[in-house]
Every structure is written in structure tokens, then in C-alpha cells.
Write a protein that binds this ligand. Structure first.
Ligand code: G6P
Length: 610
């Protein structure tokens, strides 16, 4: 999704902006641009396609003692083209603006501005903002931006520079993330910490309805129409090195291989040496948590799959009614509460910025639900707006297709289930001890699966020319089937669908023929025998079976065209384990097809529009 970066200071401007844009590129983009003000004059460049194109255009230039803003665009209004790329400039080309978000009333504003004589160059909603600023600008950019945003409906993070005010970048936020990075005699702005982390780790998070003036030596933040406010300066603990590929061909592969370390980290963060579980950022009283009568989990994409697995675990071990919904659906349905205060809305989000999920928690807060969030990015909007947070501690995830954070989410949901089971007395100490003992073996199990990468690669290559896949699983591994299919679709563009294996006979079985690979997730489980029956239904129709089974299960091999074994583990932990071969299968198929696995077409890492 769109990204913003900006810099004011004495250093060479363009490399800072270009590297910043590269570091934003993982969010997904289709065009990029830069505007700079130097010696009181504005210049701007934009290109459709890769940032490389933009870099080629400006590579011979050096601009110091200046300021500038840059943008990666992910098209919403208007196709991907140079004209629609940001920055958008005012009619007189004296003001430049970059925008993330969606301006919902842009058509009426555009009509009005056109009547007033403004000529629009692009098809974007964003361009109206720069024309509005131009309309209001006499000599004070801050005042003009403030007036302009008051005419807007929708969401925005904007950064504006103008020739008439050459020593400041004016930024404003409503609904889309914006961070100010603090330096010495220089300052930064960005929609994402990744773009500026190599320069500073001291950041201020802007909140909605705030405007800020960024100068070389000063940052002033005000509420729109209000007084100057003092905001907390936050220190970022992530290192820039975590955002390098570290010798791997792709971030996705690196992140898959980081999974054992991520799991070990989560174990050390949340399980004390006396085997007690502790969540430091749950600001809800234990007795209130123990009284929760219903959890409503809402999330998107891979995080939604983690939520589905959470439902199985929470209902089984805490006997608490748990519903799961897509954020984009939950937000617009009736939120029915029993009014007794025993219901908690659970948001699961890697980025902590997904607009649908954020909109849900805001709506739920208005209806007096407590919000518990599982979030990876500290300081993200969902983190800051939740009553209770469990950090998934997977470090920066750069590959657009989520891998290590999915495993981290599953680990955290599992730990929270045990924690809650203790509070609610639905789990005995013996059960808890056994569950934790099993959990601590997971990193080793994941390493054993990673050691089979070559075998999985060979299977992936064998099926890479298939144009369609079905993934099936039962119980806890029905969401695993959905996640396996999603991974494949996301990065290889092969159509794939995940199904609960028992549903196969109610429709999808019609698709099966000798060309169709069916990935069957069949570890030892309570429904293993039923799963075996479903696999045979596939075989009887000549479907190709790629089976994921438990080590030692030799009898299942007779039903498999190809088989991948995972170590023997309790059923509850199998979604964590089966996710790994599914990730590798998708990765190697996509590589074989020469796809851009880290930045798949049309996708965004952090989806900040509804
Ligand atoms: C996008 C990403 C997915 C991710 C989903 C939810 O669609 O491409 O990988 O699962 O957003 O993101 P979140 O940050 O809320 O977990």
C-alpha cells in the first residue's frame, strides 16, 4: 500500500528518499515519485513501475541543504501511471503533496475546484488536496493545509512542501499512519518505521486530527484547530540489519528460516523460568479476563486464519464462546452485545495498521467492548488504541506473504489460551505443564521440517505447471488448508482453494481429475480416519495427492503421489508445523514460475484503506 517518506536537513536528499522508498516497497506499489525544495525552488520527478526507473532519472543529481518528500503509490483511484503517481503538484507547480488514504468526497470537491478554474491532471482522489491547499495558500503553508484538511472526508496521511515556505514540511494525519523521526539538525517523516530506521530510532507517532510542522531543528505538533501538544518520544528496538536479506535470495525465504528463532524468542518472552505465563501488556484485570463470556476475533488475510485456529483452541481449553469474522464484514454488521461487559473483541494484525481491523476496533470501542490485540508492530495504531496487547514478537516482516508472523500469532494465541484456561480453571496444572512442555519442542520440530526443504522443492517443481490446486484439512487444520491455498495464490498467481475436507463431497469434488493436485493435511488427529476417507475420495477420482502426514505414518504413503512428513506432536500444535511445508511449497512453486515472491503483483503488506 502507499508509502510516504520525507527528509529535511543538510545531507544529500535524494539517496535518503530513494533508499526510504526502497524500504517502503515491501508494502506493495506500482509507481513512485519525489519532490524537493532547494534554494527556494521546487523540482519533482515521478515514474510508473519500479523505483529503479525513478532512480535512473535522478541519479546524476545531488541536492543538499534541502527538504523533500517521496511516495510509493498503490493504485486505488486511477490506473497505475506516471500522471497518477505522487507527488501531485498545484496548478502553478509551487506546492507538492503526497497522500496515503482515500478522500471520499473528492468528486464534489473536484467539481467545485474545477468551477473555480483549477485544472486537474490526474484521475486520483489525492490531487484535490493540493488544489485545496493552493486555494487557501496566501503565505502560510501550515494555515492552508489546516484549512484544506477540514474540507476533506475520508482518510489521509499527507506531507506537503511549498516554495513559499521553503524551510518546512507540513504533515497531517487522519486514519493513515504517519511517524516523525527525530534527528540532530535534521528530521524525517514516514508512514512506516522501515523507511527511516537506518537514520533514527527516536520517533513520535502522530494521531488522528493532528498537524505537524517539520523543520530542521524543530518539530511542532498541534491538534487541527487547537494548541501545540507535547507528545511522547518512542525508542524503536528493531535493528536495521533485521531488514536485510542476510544472504537469502528473498525476504520470504529468510523469514521462513527465522521461524525457529522467532518461536524461541516468544517462549522466552512469555514463559517464566518457573513455567508461569506472563503477558506484561494486558491491562485488563485477571478477574475480568476470567469472567469473559465471549471473544469476537476479527482480522484479515493470514491473521484471520490464525484467528480461526484461535477459535478452536479457546473453545476447547477455556470453554468460552469464540467467534471469528473478517474485519471488513464484522465492521458493517450489527455488533450485538449482552450488555454485561463480559465480551472482548480480539484484533489480530501483524502490521497493526490494517484499515478494516482498525475500523472494527474503533467501532467496537464505541460500543464499550474491551479490545485485546495480537500485534507485531509496536507503536502501530492498533497497538496504541487497544486496551490490552500481546506482541507477537516476530521482528520486521518484509515479505508481503506473511510467514514467520503467522507462526508467531499461533504461538501467542496458544499461550494466551493456556493463560486463560488457568484463570478460568478449565485447565489443570498437569495439563498446563504438559502443554508448555510440548510447546517448547516446537522450534526443534520446525528445524526438522526446514531440513526437508530440498525434498519439498522437488515436489514443488513437479507440480509447478498445474494451474489449480485444492488444499484440504479438518478441524484445526482446516484453517491450515486455507492458509496453504492463500500462500500459493499470493505469490505464484495459481488459483488455489482451501476446503474443510468433509465439504469436498458437497461441491469441489466435481473439480477433481487427473490434472488436479490436492494438498491433503493429514497429521495424527482426532479426525485422522475421516481425513483418510476424504483422501481416498480424491484418489478414486484420480486426483494427485500431496499428503502432509506425521512421521512414522507409513500406511498413508500408499495413498500419496507425494508425501511430506512432520514430526509427531499433539494435534493442537500441528497447525504450526504444517504451515512450514505449505510455505515452502508455495515459495518454490513461485520461484520456479519466476514470480516476484517478496512483492507479488497487486498485493500490499499493510492495507491501510478499507
Ligand atoms: C495484507 C497482507 C497479508 C496480511 C493481511 C492482514 O493482505 O498482504 O499478508 O495477512 O494484509 O494484515 P495484518 O497486518 O492486519 O495482519
Amino acid at each position: 500500500m502507499c508509502g510516504i517518506v520525507g527528509y529535511i536537513g543538510d545531507r544529500d536528499l535524494l539517496p535518503i528518499l530513494l533508499v526510504g522508498l526502497e524500504r517502503l516497497s515491501y508494502r506493495g506499489y506500482d509507481s513512485a515519485g519525489i519532490a524537493a525544495i532547494s534554494d527556494g525552488e521546487m523540482s519533482y520527478w515521478k515514474r510508473a513501475g519500479k523505483i529503479r526507473e525513478l532512480e535512473d532519472t535522478v541519479k546524476t543529481l545531488s541536492i543538499t541543504h534541502a527538504m523533500g518528500i517521496g511516495h510509493t503509490r498503490w493504485a486505488t483511484h486511477g490506473e497505475s501511471s506516471e500522471i497518477n503517481a505522487h507527488p501531485h503538484v498545484s496548478q502553478g507547480k509551487k506546492i507538492a503533496l503526497v497522500h496515503n488514504g482515500i478522500i471520499e468526497n473528492y468528486l464534489s470537491l473536484k467539481k467545485q475546484l474545477t468551477k473555480e478554474g483549477h485544472i486537474f491532471r490526474s484521475q486520483t482522489d489525492s490531487e484535490v488536496i493540493v488544489h485545496l491547499i493552493e486555494r487557501y495558500l496566501h503565505d502560510d503553508l501550515e494555515e492552508a493545509v489546516e484549512k484544506a484538511v477540514q474540507d476533506l472526508t475520508g482518510t489521509w496521511a499527507i506531507a506537503v512542501v511549498a516554495e513559499c515556505d521553503p524551510d518546512k514540511i507540513v504533515v497531517a494525519r487522519k486514519g493513515s499512519p504517519l511517524i516523525i523521526g527525530l534527528g540532530k539538525d535534521e528530521n524525517y517523516i514516514s508512514s512506516d518505521i522501515n523507511a527511516i530506521i537506518t537514520h533514527t530510532k527516536e520517533v513520535v507517532y502522530m494521531d488522528d486530527d493532528e498537524i505537524a510542522i517539520i523543520e530542521k531543528q524543530n518539530v511542532t505538533i498541534r491538534k487541527i484547530g487547537g494548541e501545540v501538544i507535547t507528545k511522547k518520544v518512542n525508542h524503536i528496538s528493531w535493528d536495521a540489519i533485521m531488514q536485510e536479506k542476510g544472504g537469502y535470495d528473498h525476504f520470504m525465504l529468510k523469514e521462513i528460516y527465522e521461524q525457529p528463532a522467532v518461536i524461541r524468542n516468544i517462549i522466552s518472552k512469555y514463559i517464566n523460568s518457573d513455567n508461569t505465563i506472563e503477558f506484561k501488556h494486558i491491562n485488563l484485570e485477571k478477574q475480568d479476563l476470567a469472567r469473559v463470556s465471549r471473544f469476537i476475533i476479527q482480522a484479515c488475510g493470514t491473521s484471520w486464519h490464525a484467528g480461526l485456529i484461535g477459535k478452536y483452541l479457546m473453545e476447547k481449553y477455556t470453554r468460552t464462546l469464540t467467534e471469528v469474522d473478517f474485519s471488513s464484514e464484522f465492521r458493517y454488521r450489527q455488533m450485538i452485545t449482552d450488555g454485561a461487559g463480559g465480551e472482548v473483541v480480539v484484533a489480530i494484525s501483524q502490521s497493526g495498521e490494517t484499515a478494516d481491523t482498525l475500523a472494527c476496533i474503533r467501532e467496537a470501542k464505541c460500543k464499550f467492548y474491551n479490545i485485546l490485540s495480537f500485534v507485531n508492530v509496536k507503536g502501530s495504531t492498533i497497538d496504541r488504541e487497544s486496551n490490552a496487547v500481546i506482541y507477537t514478537h516476530s521482528g520486521p516482516e518484509i515479505g508481503v506473504a506473511s510467514t514467520k508472523n503467522y507462526l508467531a500469532q499461533l504461538m501467542c494465541v496458544y499461550l494466551f489460551t493456556i493463560y486463560l484456561g488457568q484463570l478460568k480453571w478449565t485447565l489443570s496444572q498437569e495439563q498446563v505443564d504438559l502443554m508448555l512442555q510440548n510447546l517448547k519442542r516446537v522450534p526443534e520440530y520446525v528445524e526438522q521440517i526446514l531440513a526437508q526443504a530440498d525434498k519439498i522443492k522437488a515436489i514443488a517443481e513437479k507440480y509447478s505447471s498445474s494451474r489449480e490446486f485444492i488444499f484440504i484439512g479438518r478441524g484445526l487444520n482446516y484453517p491450515s488448508a486455507l492458509e496453504g491455498a492463500l500462500k500459493l495464490k499470493e505469490i505464484s498467481y495459481i488459483h488455489a482453494t482451501g476446503y474443510p475436507a468433509g465439504e469436498l463431497k458437497h461441491g469441489p469434488i466435481a473439480l477433481i481429475d487427473s490434472d488436479l493436485p490436492v494438498v491433503c493435511i493429514a497429521p495424527q488427529s482426532a479426525t485422522y480416519d475421516k481425513m483418510l476417507g476424504n483422501i481416498q475420495e480424491v484418489r478414486a477420482r484420480k486426483g494427485k495427492t500431496i499428503i502432509i502426514a506425521t512421521e512414522g505414518d507409513e500406511s498413508i504413503a500408499q495413498y500419496a503421489d507425494d508425501i511430506i512428513y512432520i514430526p509427531l506432536a499433539p494435534e493442537d500444535l500441528t497447525p504450526i508445523l504444517v504451515a512450514v511445508p505449505l510455505q515452502l511449497l508455495a515459495y518454490y512453486i513461485a520461484i520456479k514460475l519466476d514470480c516476484d515472491v517478496d512483492q507479488p503483483r497487486n498485493l500490499a503488506k499493510s492495507v491501510t484503506v478499507e
